[in-house]
Design a protein around this ligand. Structure first.
Ligand code: G1P
Length: 297
């Protein structure tokens, strides 16, 4: 497994997008939370862009009721394109939404039984090869992107690779937390244990799993028949924890910015910072923020 010649490329990525998005109601009553835009791109687009930058070809969306617009977003919009072309408008703004025919697959998670269950729903499409997972709520901005950094680590150590980052100790109970082992290289650590949403006093560190994974297909077998864990849900973290000791397991500390777009303040933070970083918006946004800051004490 750790032999470089045994390392299959990461060609497939699973995007669990069946969640109800209750934290953003009423905005998410009729549209999926993954379609909420940060400026002019929906959240799912950022995750898909990150996947493609890392060389991933096939996108597997684990969807549910009311999520059709996510799939439509990545389809050809004939009327729109014909109308825009007829008016002499450029279509390159739509380039990122184009998927090679056959490379977008959806499966349904009929009942919300947890992240582990959502991933398991994709088992037949994933088949017998390592694959990536993206939680689109976590917006990761870096050069290179988070998954590309992880694929580089995977090419080196093989096995399973997850991304982690440090959070204030008092926040650990909202996340999966790793027990770090030896540092293998700068930003690359062995993982000795994993625990989902531990109590503060039981947390093995303040390094949390930040929504990006490269996993071996054995995780699907491990998820099979797995009982409920934290919060009464079938947890991916529990399945991964059971693989430690049987397969290499490493964590990459993502070098970049992470925004928790599952929370309202994280969403606004991402919007402001990404707008400030854009050439076409930076001047207006800087003026706006200075004006607002002057009204505060
Ligand atoms: C999930 C994972 C957790 C991870 C988190 C990152 O939790 O189960 O291990 O740290 O995503 O956002 P959720 O946010 O779905 O409760």
């Amino acid at each position: 497994m750790t032999d470089a010649t045994n390392r299959k490329p990461i060609r497939k990525a699973v995007f669990p997008v069946a969640g109800l998005g209750t934290r953003f109601l009423p905005a998410t009553k009729a549209i999926p939370k993954e379609m909420l835009p940060i400026i002019d791109r929906p959240l799912i687009q950022y995750a898909v862009d990150e996947a493609r930058e890392a060389g991933i070809e096939q996108l597997i969306f684990v969807t549910g009721r009311g999520k059709v617009s996510i799939v439509e977003h990545f389809d050809t919009a004939f009327e729109l394109e014909a109308t825009m072309s007829g008016r002499g408008k450029q279509l390159d703004v739509l380039d990122a939404t184009r998927i090679q025919p056959g490379n977008l697959v959806t499966v349904r998670q009929q009942v919300p039984l947890g992240l582990g269950h959502a991933i398991w729903c994709a088992r037949a499409i994933v088949g017998d090869e390592p694959f990536a997972i993206f939680l689109p709520d976590e917006l990761m901005i870096g050069v290179p992107g988070c998954m590309k950094q992880m694929v580089e680590a995977y090419n080196r150590v093989g096995g399973n690779v997850i991304s982690v980052l440090e959070v204030p100790r008092e926040d650990v109970s909202s996340y999966g937390v790793i027990q770090p082992g030896a540092q293998v290289a700068h930003g690359l650590t062995e993982v000795l244990g994993l625990v989902e949403k531990p109590r503060l006093e039981d947390a093995p560190s303040n390094l949390i799993i930040s929504g990006r994974y490269i996993l071996q297909p054995e995780v699907m077998r491990t998820l099979e028949g797995q009982g409920k864990g934290a919060g009464g849900e079938i947890q991916l973290t529990d399945a991964m924890a059971r693989m430690i000791g049987h397969q290499p397991f490493h964590a990459v500390t993502f070098a970049g910015r992470r925004y928790d777009c599952g929370s309202k303040s994280g969403f606004v933070e991402a919007t402001l910072e990404l707008a400030l970083a854009r050439e076409d918006m930076a001047a207006d946004m800087t003026a706006l923020i200075k004006r607002l800051a002057a009204t505060l004490d």
